[in-house]
Design a protein. Structure first.
Ligand SMILES: NC(=O)C1=CN([C@@H]2O[C@H](COP(=O)(O)OP(=O)(O)OC[C@H]3O[C@@H](n4cnc5c(N)ncnc54)[C@H](OP(=O)(O)O)[C@@H]3O)[C@@H](O)[C@H]2O)C=CC1
Ligand SMILES: CC(=O)C(=O)O
Ligand SMILES: [Mg+2]
Length: 767
């Protein structure tokens, strides 16, 4: 078995993550701003001057420059980083022809994947016609708007004509992802599967079920890579595509027709080494799998449901290498591994096309990556495991952070070597480094946190269990196999709200707990009374707090070990919720409670502290905050560089208010802490390496990633401004330093924020 860690204990076919329900998917798409995309400007549009520059009269200057030299469009417009995802919805995944409008969720999805994985801006365009000429005419004139065209989910054979014609008509890459994206990934997986089973391209016998867009492109690519055409049999709904067949044929199928007396998929598969499924759910039967050669390679790539599930294959034989198009099984052969990165490379060299050399380079880069050791920072993408090249790991996962630097470089290099690059890149190492910087670090951090919790599931109590968002978050927590979500509230109320909101609470991993009638109330009351009796509270006050106040009840559950962690805060302000919790739980010995917020902006993550607890910290408290925040940064996988912020930098301008910060730095010196810190400094010095260079004595080795604010007001104001004006995602404040794990969400938080906080609380409870 190739997986280290807990994956090794699971069966080959175990799904890596839980699937989602239809209702969750509908809610996900509907909530907030419907859909998955929005457009935001990249330039300020605030003043009259901004408008004069962005629009009339200023805009005339770039217009004239582009008219004179079209290549200047790459300098003055978004064209160079913009890809259109275009479909008419005639072959939406494996769901069939459901029309242009119904394809929009998939196309929006592809657009966001472009952004998420490769920082390519993308917009979906659904073209409402099944007429090939109309479609071509609609798209052919869009070239000036985009750096590339990604065609998607257009049925065969129309897609072949459309792509071919558009490639001839347009001078930017036109790439039908279902054809070539799929072919590249399947070829990469196949190369590795052949290596693992000791086969070669020349003698291996492959049967491909499906003779549409994806299938034809897959077999064309593997033949271009050396597969013997006589060893490849193509099947469609009418069975084997043999020479002389007339029914249901077209020129693309005919090109791959073979001389054979086999007529059905069943007959074709007898003794075959490889099955490629690019057809429909359930097309491959157990009997067929049984008849394949030893160590068969089965790529059941139909989406969303494969031709056969890995579980079904495992019931029949244990020597198969199985891949599917889905993310919830090992070996996901899906074009998502390719299209973002292939376009990234093509755009960066302003390629005129994506040619075979670029496709093969991408396939080889992908295949090679799976053979490399998985470094620590990559293991998170693999649910915290460290996969080793083998039958369960023939291809990297889409979240593998190495893809962004490996594939575009290979594609760009091939484009340059084959003369289709309009802007060659001279230093590919520097390009690889630039690509790495496009990675979104918080996503892998959260991914890591979720993976670790999944391996060590935790019981998290959701104190405000009657609230709809809390219920949704609890369901999502349970569904993602993070542990048990305990909802505290009156059961009848919870069920009423759940029924109204269409939330199913009767599922594994959800527990409903009525505080009033809990058997543990006496124990909680005694515990709480012992803590607050000398603070002006009577026994009956403690009793009331436990029976009526869910924060006290939930915090006592965690304090007495009936739950591992707690989330609250949806209906009460932060400080009130914290006071409730503090009545029940102390700080960890030797620690100070602080709040720290993770702010993610333009691919950069900083931790800002203290965003929740200390109003005007003393120098000593600032030093403590720096220590707690540095500890949290390490826990989240960052090597802390703590910048002690003020309005002044190293004494200039001098002022009393910065004195505390300077003093805090001296205290940290005395404490001989084991992380980088310096200050006082202004925020621009901390964050901008160029400005920091003006202070060569500064002890930070790079821009600060932990920003200790001089006071609560500056912390709160700056993080909220980052969020509202800077478009940052802010997670937190995360509560640090408590002896038990509690997180307080902000009032009115969305369920997705609550799940993140619940996962962080679970993570903090020790995983
Ligand atoms: N994993 C991945 O990355 C990708 C997976 N796919 C999947 O591949 C499948 C096909 O997509 P695409 O090529 O775009 O679609 P097309 O409509 O272009 O082609 C579909 C092909 O599948 C054949 N087919 C359908 N049902 C069966 C069946 N039961 N037995 C045999 N052949 C069948 C059709 O046969 P006929 O010609 O006789 O009509 C046709 O040749 C879909 O499930 C899709 O989700 C596609 C792209 C990427
Ligand atoms: C993955 C994909 O593009 C498809 O199934 O159509
Ligand atoms: Mg598709």
């Amino acid at each position: 078995m190739e997986w280290e860690g807990p994956m090794a204990e699971t069966s080959k076919t175990k799904r890596a993550v839980a699937s989602v329900t239809d209702q969750e998917a509908l809610d996900f798409h509907a909530r907030g701003r419907p859909g998955k995309l929005e457009i935001t400007p990249t330039k300020p549009m605030a003043t009259q001057r901004d408008l004069s520059l962005a629009y009339s009269p200023g805009v005339a200057a770039p217009v004239k420059a582009i008219a004179e030299d079209p290549s200047r469009a790459y300098d003055y417009t978004s064209r160079g980083n913009m890809v259109a995802v275009i479909s008419n919805g005639t072959a939406i995944l494996g769901l069939g022809n459901l029309g242009a409008l119904a394809s929009k969720p998939v196309m929006e999805g592809k657009s966001v994947l472009f952004k998420r994985f490769a920082d390519v801006d993308s917009i979906d365009l659904e073209v409402d016609t099944e007429n090939v000429e109309e479609f071509i005419n609609c798209v052919r004139y869009l070239g000036p708007s985009f750096g590339g065209i990604n065609l998607e989910d257009i049925k065969a054979p129309d897609c072949f004509i459309i792509e071919q014609r558009l490639r001839e008509l347009m001078d930017i890459p036109v790439f039908h992802d279902d054809q070539h994206g799929t072919a590249i990934i399947a070829a990469a997986g196949l190369m590795n599967a052949l290596t693992l089973t000791g086969r070669d391209f020349k003698t291996t016998k492959l049967v491909c079920n499906g003779a549409g867009a994806a299938a034809i492109a897959c077999i064309e690519l593997i033949k271009a890579m050396g597969f013997n055409p006589e060893n490849v049999i193509l099947c469609d709904t009418k069975g084997v595509i043999y020479q002389g067949r007339e029914d249901g044929m077209n020129q693309w199928k005919s090109a791959h027709a073979v001389k054979t007396d086999r007529r059905s998929l069943k007959e074709a598969l007898d003794g075959a080494d490889v099955f490629f499924g690019l057809s429909a759910k359930g097309a491959l039967t157990s009997e067929m799998v049984q008849s394949m050669a030893p160590q068969p390679i089965i790529f059941a790539m139909a989406n969303p449901d494969p031709e056969i599930t890995p579980e079904e294959v495992a019931r029949i034989r244990d020597d198969a290498i199985v891949a599917t198009g889905r993310s919830d099984y090992p070996n996901q052969v899906n074009n998502v591994l390719g299209f973002p990165y292939i376009f990234r490379g093509a755009l960066d060299v302003r390629a005129t096309t994506i040619n075979d050399a670029m496709k093969i380079a991408a396939a080889e880069a992908l295949a090679n990556l799976a053979k490399e050791d998985v470094p620590d920072d990559v293991a998170a993408a693999y649910q915290g495991n460290r996969p080793r090249f083998g039958s369960q790991y023939i291809i990297p996962v889409p979240f593998d952070p190495r893809l962004i630097s490996a594939i575009p470089v290979a594609v760009a290099q091939a484009a340059m070597e084959t003369g289709v690059a309009r802007r060659p890149l001279l230093d590919l190492d520097a390009y690889a480094r630039e690509l790495k910087a496009r990675r979104d670090p918080i996503a892998s951090t959260l991914q890591n946190i979720y993976a670790r919790v999944r391996r060590h599931p935790k019981r998290v109590v959701f104190a405000e269990g009657e609230e709809e968002q809390m219920m949704r978050a609890a369901v999502s927590y349970a569904n993602q196999q993070l542990g048990t979500a305990i909802l505290v509230g009156r059961e009848d109320r919870m069920r009423e709200t759940a029924a109204r909101a269409g939330i199913d609470l009767d599922r594994p991993g959800i527990a409903l707990l009525n505080a009033r009638i809990s058997k543990r109330n006496d124990a909680y009351t005694d515990y709480l009374y012992a803590r607050i009796q000398r603070k002006g509270y009577l026994f009956r006050d403690a009793q009331r707090l436990i029976n009526n106040d869910r924060n006290h009840f939930a915090a006592c559950m965690v304090a007495l070990g009936d739950a591992d962690a707690m989330v609250t805060g949806l209906t009460r302000n932060y400080s009130t919720a914290l006071e409730d919790v503090r009545r029940c739980i102390d700080p960890k010995p030797g620690h100070r409670i602080i709040g720290a917020s993770l702010a993610l902006c333009r691919g950069r993550t900083v931790l800002v502290a203290d965003t929740a607890v200390h109003d005007m910290p003393s120098a000593e408290e600032l030093a403590d905050i720096a220590e707690e925040a540095a500890g949290l940064a390490r826990k989240l996988g960052y090597e802390p560089r703590v910048a002690m912020l003020a309005y002044s930098t190293f004494g200039n301008p001098s002022g009393e208010r910065s004195e505390r910060v300077r003093e805090a730095v001296k205290i940290l010196d005395k404490r001989r802490v084991d992380f980088e810190y310096d200050g006082e400094m202004a925020a621009d010095v901390a964050l901008n390496p160029k400005i920091m260079e003006q202070y060569p004595f500064c002890r930070l080795s790079g821009p600060g990633n932990v920003l200790v604010m001089p006071a609560f007001h500056s912390a709160a104001i700056s993080t909220k401004m980052l969020q509202e004006l800077g478009g940052s995602t802010v997670i937190g404040p995360l509560l640090v330093g408590l002896d038990k794990s509690v997180q307080i969400v902000s009032m009115g938080a969305k369920d997705s924020d609550i799940v993140n906080m619940a996962a962080l609380a679970a993570y903090n409870a020790g995983v």
